[in-house]
Design a protein around this ligand. Structure first.
Ligand SMILES: NC(=O)c1ccc[n+]([C@@H]2O[C@H](COP(=O)([O-])OP(=O)(O)OC[C@H]3O[C@@H](n4cnc5c(N)ncnc54)[C@H](O)[C@@H]3O)[C@@H](O)[C@H]2O)c1
Ligand SMILES: N[C@H](CO)Cc1c[nH]c[nH+]1
Ligand SMILES: [Zn+2]
Length: 434
């Protein structure tokens, strides 16, 4: 892992991007590939999805739409400990998601003049569960639960065909879908799956969705950008990032383990430690080297940690650490300092924040109750993680009585004339004939 000393420097966002470039997730380059895959699915439907699975997932599924008895069978065969863990996760994510439902409001502007704000669920959504380098039954929970809590009526789920299961969706993903009562699942991945959600595939009785959510690789991210406008999308949740702010009180072994836990996802994952303590930096680097040797996905972890996107950064104080993190806008931010709450007050941008030694990112990945589908690549500067609110739209309802309308008639007519749109004023005045 590279070490960068910023004790005499406070880089702005542009300088930071040069120092620690985001992973090579060139969404614009991938969009050429993704656009063709989407176009093929629009033109050829199921045949294109089958051909894409064969070429990109290395297996031709026997069928794209999963039969409901496959889901029931997968649920029945779930390992009991995995089932119990999924159930615990579902309960916690559901509780936390319920707290995200906005209350709505009625504003009375004058007697009889009301603007009501209500939150309407999106009717039909397509949820993407990645399945290339790893399988993510936890992402089934993180996508489905907030959609259900928001009151979405129709939920479709897609995950790539798995070679080791003869082109079927991974059974643990099917089992998780079954636990949540989801019965519309497709064995399709990447850009083709996003195209199928956006435009529909009549031969599969797959109706177009109005919103697509879920994490994925660069082709998935590019495809989501390409269909935006035809459907809504959530923020981009690409290769995982962890940024740890730590001082001399942090335990170097725990910091190292947390960095490795996210490097494990992807060669493009970013693991960044920002610290005020040179001693801690050295101890973390030594621990990372030791742990990386024996970790399960050693080659992938090594590549992620040695990539330009990962670093140990030395800063002069915790305010500088917070400024660095705000400029970077990490997906996950851990604060392991003597008084994490003090640092939290300085934080503006992060997908999710984990406070203290006992709130590691992997808790949030599975079991905290928070959602793990979070913005990456600096998108936390303007967007949020997935939540029940993602599946809701605010709608304004206007209700005026006759008297309330008459009270503003003159002013409204004045504005309509000022805009040279007198018909607007006439529509109001027609209600009050002289
Ligand atoms: N930020 C989050 O919330 C979050 C959560 C979970 C996972 N993730 C990230 O999601 C990503 C998952 O990626 P993945 O690859 O494992 O699974 P994926 O399902 O996103 O991608 C696999 C699909 O990509 C397509 N594909 C593969 N190679 C291609 C090529 N050369 N050209 C065109 N299409 C191609 C195939 O259709 C394949 O089915 C990882 O980077 C992981 O870190 C992020
Ligand atoms: N850390 C990932 C989000 O960036 C989510 C995840 C799923 N499984 C394990 N981790
Ligand atoms: Zn993770």
């Amino acid at each position: 892992m590279q070490t960068i000393d910023l004790r005499d420097l406070q880089p702005n966002r542009a300088e930071l991007a040069r120092l620690i470039p985001r992973a090579k997730t060139d969404v614009s380059a991938a969009s050429v590939v993704s656009a063709q895959l989407i176009a093929d699915v629009r033109a050829e439907g199921e045949a294109a999805l089958l051909a894409q699975a064969e070429r990109l997932d290395g297996v031709r599924p026997t069928h794209i739409r999963v039969h409901s008895d496959e889901i029931a069978r997968a649920m029945a065969k779930l390992d009991p400990t995995v089932r119990a863990a999924l159930e615990e996760s579902i309960v916690r994510v559901r509780e936390a998601s319920k707290a995200q439902i906005p209350a709505g409001s009625v504003t009375t502007l004058a007697p009889g003049a009301e603007v009501i704000q209500r939150w309407q669920p999106i009717r039909r959504v397509g949820l993407y569960v990645p399945g290339g380098k790893a399988v993510y039954p936890s992402s089934v929970v993180m996508n489905v639960v907030p959609a259900q809590v928001a009151g979405v009526a129709s939920i479709a789920l897609a995950s790539p065909a798995q070679k080791q299961f003869d082109g079927a969706v991974h059974p643990t993903i099917l089992g998780a879908a079954g636990l949540l009562g989801i019965d519309e699942v497709y064995a399709m991945g990447g850009a083709g799956a996003i195209g199928a959600f956006a435009y529909g595939v009549p031969a599969l009785s797959l109706d177009p969705v109005q919103l697509i959510t879920g994490p994925g690789n660069v082709y998935v991210a590019a495809a989501k950008r390409l269909v935006l406008g035809v459907t809504g999308i959530d923020s981009e949740a690409g290769p995982t990032e962890i940024l740890v702010i730590a001082d001399e009180t942090a335990d170097p072994l725990l910091v190292a383990a947390d960095l490795i836990s996210q490097a494990e996802h992807d060669e493009l994952a970013a693991a960044v430690l920002v610290t005020t303590s040179e001693e801690l930096a050295d101890a973390v680097l030594a621990a990372v080297e030791r742990l990386a040797l024996t970790t399960h996905h050693a080659a992938r972890v090594r590549e992620a940690l040695d990539g330009q996107q990962s670093a140990v950064v030395l800063v002069s104080d915790l305010a500088a650490a917070a400024a660095f993190s705000n400029a970077y806008g990490p997906e996950h931010l851990e604060i392991q300092t003597d008084q994490p709450g003090v640092v939290l007050d300085l934080i503006e941008n992060a997908g999710a924040i984990f406070l203290g030694a006992h709130s590691p990112v992997s808790l949030g990945d599975y079991m905290a109750g928070s959602n793990h589908v979070l913005p990456t690549g600096g998108q936390s500067l303007f967007s949020s993680g997935l939540g029940a609110y993602t599946f809701l739209r605010p709608q304004q309802v206007v209700r005026y009585t006759r008297d309330a309308l008459e009270a503003v008639e003159e002013r409204l007519v004045a504005l309509a004339r000022a805009e040279d749109l007198p018909g607007h004023g006439d529509a109001v005045s027609a209600r009050f004939p002289a």
